[in-house]
Design a protein around this ligand. Sequence first.
Ligand code: MLT
Length: 386
Amino acid sequence: MKQARRLDNAPPYLFVEIEENIKKALANGVDVINLGIGDPDMPTPDFVVQKMTEALKNPAYHSYPEYDGALEFRCAVARFYKKRFGVDLDSETEVVALLGSKEGIAHIFFALVNEGDFTLVPDPQYPVYELATALTGGVAYPMPLLKENGFFPDLSIIPKEVIKRTKILFVNYPNNPTGAVADMEQFQSIVDFALKHDIVVCNDNAYSEFTYDGIKAPSILMAKNAKNIAVEFHSFSKSYNMTGWRLGFAVGNRDAICKLKKMKNNIDSGVFTAIQIAGVEALESGDKSVENMQKIYARRRNIAITELKKLGFEFVVPKGAFYFWVKVPDGFTSKSFTAMLLDKTGVAVAPGNGYGQYGEGYIRISLTISDIRLKEAFERIEKLGL
Ligand code: MLT
């Protein structure tokens, strides 16, 4: 069967490939330690599960959900934004519920990008920004995130002819995979650039609650005039260990949100209302549980810093998210090092080249594993004697 041409532009999704390799290793009896995907190892907090159990029994939630999200959910999101970021949102026009942030991130490209248009995407990047651009027939123009620039894009080097044809500029802070966190000055510079050139700016803020050393991640919507041009994406996956539930939301510029809703309404039928009600509970009562998780990731981060230093790896200590972006030793590529690690140690990591051309020469290590298994992974790597 011939696939549609647009699929020719789409490589297999990075984590599908990684999962395949892990499955093969498991089938061969390998005790795999998975430091690949950022899928929290801890369960969804009890109070959220409890709320879901109650909500499941409510027949009012069994029919089609509201397309844009339940009003209760949208209002809870608006309250969360006010409390956490000091940003006012209109729950009617500036909030939409998503089937996980990945869905909304992909759909906003379909809502705004025509064939031949450019998008500006970070490189390295969460692969969906470039993939979704490719599926729309657009052209993703990479903005290198270099260590010497603090993994922040240099907007001054983007050619004028690219800017003129650009529809979306995507950023992601706290950053996956580099762990960089943008400050307000940096967000303001992005918003000013976007306003000047009439480009919709999107920030993927899935890791907003995971920062270290006293840093608190801002929202791009805190920048002056941001709501005239910016949209922000959030996920329940990481903050509340809800990856499997598929719940997220997009907020911000009402025009962009309206177009995203139009795209979505024609493709999906919204998020199961009971899940949204559980999400409301997470937003309203989740502070303690988030604090607890922050401590756990901070502890694992310390383990990784100590072990990576001991092993002589080159890396920048992450300020946010829960990943380490680590240089591979001389003589390896991202792919060959990832394959060798799985083969010789049973440790699975994500190859940096899966995050873009500037990711070549790196691997990403995820902290979504118990302290004991994390330490064991480093012990196994140490035995390689690299
Ligand atoms: C990651 O590990 O970067 C993501 O959680 C994977 C995904 O969302 O597909």
